[in-house]
Design a binder for this molecule. Structure first.
Ligand SMILES: [Zn+2]
Length: 182
């Protein structure tokens, strides 16, 4: 991995039928490898789709079992949710839902997991943020940036517009796409 010239696309919350399929088709067409932070329960509901993501050469990360918000559940619940999801997901990469992780809970995350946040947010989930503002900020994406998009129904309509445009902007900057390092 050469972070001098690469950026990392990541997709949270899947797999979800139709949405994940759309993302996989797009990435295949663009010949991009990405990283999918999956929710354990969605993997249970969509096992074939989960296999399809891996087969396409993408990397998988853990996004808890039920998309728990760290501040709403006990530390032991949170850690067991990560571990339970890992029995399905089998990855050392972990991204906390909502991008929030208290220092206290962070201390209890088993050392096998590498916590991965992001450095650029697509706001695909937030219709209050105008798409032209998102694309304006995409022009500032730099080598080594970790970009986050969402593989969920709430974001899908905006994702379909934002993702192709962001990929165009990144290509115009001669940056390459890679999976995160496991
Ligand atoms: Zn999430």
């Amino acid at each position: 991995m050469n972070s001098k010239s690469t950026v990392f696309l990541t997709f949270d919350d899947g797999p979800q039928s139709e949405i994940t399929d759309w993302i996989l088709t797009f990435l295949e067409k663009e010949q991009i490898c990405a990283t999918f932070f999956c929710v354990g329960n969605n993997v249970m509901k969509n096992p074939l789709l989960f296999e399809k993501i891996k087969k396409a050469g993408h990397l998988i990360g853990n996004h808890t079992m039920n998309h728990e918000r760290g501040s709403s559940v006990s530390t032991s619940h949170y850690i067991s949710s990560i571990n339970q999801a890992n029995t399905l997901i089998n990855s050392n990469l972990f991204r906390p839902p909502y991008g929030r992780l208290s220092l206290w809970k962070g201390l209890f995350i088993p050392s096998q997991y590498k916590v991965i946040m992001w450095s650029w947010l697509s706001y695909d989930f937030d219709s209050m943020v105008p798409i032209n503002e998102v694309l304006q900020s995409a022009k500032g994406i730099k080598p080594g940036d970790i970009l986050v998009f969402h593989d969920n129904p709430k974001s899908f309509e905006r994702l379909k517009i934002i993702l192709p445009e962001v990929v165009k902007i990144i290509r115009s900057k001669n940056l390459l796409f890679e999976r995160l390092l496991p």
